[in-house]
Design a protein around this ligand. Structure first.
Ligand code: KIV
Ligand code: ZN
Length: 519
């Protein structure tokens, strides 16, 4: 029987803590459900001591997801461990993940502790965590730059204290595969009680070697790999889940290991994450990039037509990229729409189908053929119903060169209509100023990205925004054939999220910074 490699997904913790990737609790929950569908073994849901929001998210994920182990990160202190377990207590399979640095660089400059002190702290906190949870993971932060003798000493001691998993991160992405593999081999040979634990690896991608290092580690005895969807994470990111898993699936001749990930869920997971965070994957990204399965060169196209094996080492189907069997357009009905979504792997409730169908018909009036990318954009575009407060009823903009742009817009909250107008530097700015005047929510736009989902003059554009309301960042996303409308809807989603998070509105009309811009 093949050795199993456990997939520990840290998209919601290491991934989420990287700039531009923050998610609110509802988004984390949505992503956690998708990770469960992807069938990862462990979901690291957050770092409860880091913030109230992280605590809530771990708690909600622990309550909801029953098919995976749920891990929560904790520094090696009893206060952190208590907080982690408080959030994890509802999990069917909880894991407390305790970490402390073991490299001399970190001990001297960051912790200001001796090796002996860190050793004792590690043992004491693992023993403490073990009283709360039978599953305890211990991470030696900066393991790859730690002294190997000391590392072996710490590992042996924490296993004796009850660690069920010992993780050896390449925290700063400094390793190369040969060294990292050798470190794992040495630990396996020298630590007497190593068979009582699962050895885990966690690689950062600063030199672009995170997946290569993880593979080298597995070839030398590691049996858990920590990774993230789309490789998001601190700095250059973490090992990409999809790249690691597909390497194992594609090369069983040299990597004869079992992974239980449902690879057909990979594309959906990638797409959901990038839509929610606005962190797009580059076109040429392995496995999930837009070009990963497209063949441009004539010789390649000719080969592919004759046999896909000529230039494809894995099929798009195997990662959940489906080819259309029918083209949808304005004459397509609900049945065809539901069928197409099912082919794409989305089962819609009757209510979701109603919502999506309305948007689909609107789009079909503007665009001749609706492609799969459009459908996914529409689906991910829907407001979460509990968040929706304001919706766009109508928008009119006047813009040009050498004139100030003006926007007149009407919003409704399901009961009342609100009309206002404002000027701005360009139509989008003017519309945002008008929204601010209506909602009395003072926002600072910190990120604005626009990307075309398909091609051609009638292509759907996807807009992502990040807006700070009262020091808290909210994201918004929308898709439309009209980029100003898309921009307004994306901003409104951020506004609605801020309102459902109870961000206070400005009581003083004069505080609305764009008051002076009123038309
Ligand atoms: O990179 C790292 O060392 C980590 C640990 C906290 C596991 O993320
Ligand atoms: Zn990390």
């Amino acid at each position: 029987m093949k050795d199993k490699i456990y997939i520990f997904d840290t998209t919601l913790r290491d991934g989420e803590q990287s700039p531009g990737c923050s998610m609110n609790t509802q988004e984390k929950l949505k992503m956690a459900r998708q990770l469960e569908a992807l069938n990862v073994d462990v979901i690291e849901a957050g770092f409860p001591m880091a913030s109230e929001g992280d605590f809530e998210a771990v708690k909600e994920v622990a309550k909801t997801i029953k098919g995976c182990t749920i891990a929560a990160l904790s520094r090696a202190t009893t206060a952190d461990i208590d907080r982690a377990f408080e959030a994890l207590q509802y999990a069917a399979k909880p894991r407390i993940h305790v970490f402390i640095a073991t490299s001399d660089i970190h001990l001297k400059h960051k912790l200001k502790k001796t090796r002996q002190q860190v050793l004792e702290q590690s043992v004491n906190t693992v023993a403490y965590a073990k009283k709360l949870s039978s599953d305890v993971e211990f991470s030696c932060e900066d393991a790859s730059r730690s002294d190997i003798d000391y590392l072996c000493q710490v590992i042996e001691a924490v296993i004796n204290a009850g660690a069920t998993v010992v993780n050896l991160p390449d925290t700063v992405g400094y390793s190369i595969p040969q060294d990292y593999g050798f470190m794992i081999k040495t630990i396996r040979e020298r630590v007497k009680n190593i068979d009582k634990t699962i050895l885990s690896v966690h690689c950062h991608n600063d030199l672009g070697l995170a997946v290569g290092n993880s593979i080298a580690a597995v070839m030398n005895g590691a049996r858990q790999v920590e990774c993230t969807v789309n490789g998001i994470g601190e700095r250059a990111g973490n090992a990409s889940l999809e790249e690691f898993v597909m390497a194992l699936r594609t090369r069983p001749d040299v990597l004869p290991y079992q992974v239980d990930v449902k690879t057909e869920e990979i594309f959906k997971s990638s797409r959901l994450l990038s839509t929610m965070t606005g962190m797009m994957v580059q076109r040429n990204k392995a496995i999930v990039g837009a070009n990963a399965f497209s063949h441009e060169a004539g010789i390649h196209q000719d080969g592919i037509i004759k046999s896909r094996m000529t230039y494809e080492i894995m099929t798009p189907d195997s990662v959940g990229i489906k080819h259309s069997t029918l083209v949808l357009g304005k004459h397509s009905g609900r049945h065809a729409l539901r069928q197409r979504f099912e082919e794409l792997g989305y089962t819609l409730t009757p209510e979701e189908l109603d919502n999506v169908y309305t948007e689909f018909t609107r789009l079909a009036d503007k665009k001749k053929e609706i492609l799969d990318e459009d459908l996914i954009a529409i689906l991910n575009n829907k407001f979460d119903s509990d968040e929706t407060k304001y919706m766009l009823s109508s928008l009119q903009v006047m813009t040009g060169t050498g004139v100030k742009s003006t926007a007149v817009l009407e919003l409704n909250d399901g009961k009342e209509a609100y009309v206002d107008s404002a000027t701005g530097d360009g139509p989008v700015d003017a519309a945002y100023n008008a929204i601010e005047r209506i909602t009395k929510l003072n926002g600072q736009l910190v990120d604005y990205t626009i990307k075309s989902v398909t091609w051609g003059g009638d292509a759907v554009g996807e807009v992502f925004v990040k807006v700070i309301f009262n020091k808290v960042v909210f994201t918004g996303h929308a898709a439309s054939t009209d980029i100003v409308t898309g921009s307004v809807e994306a901003y409104l989603q951020a506004v609605n999220r801020a309102l459902s998070a109870k961000i206070p509105r400005s009581a003083d009309e004069n505080l609305i910074k764009n008051q002076a811009n009123a038309v």
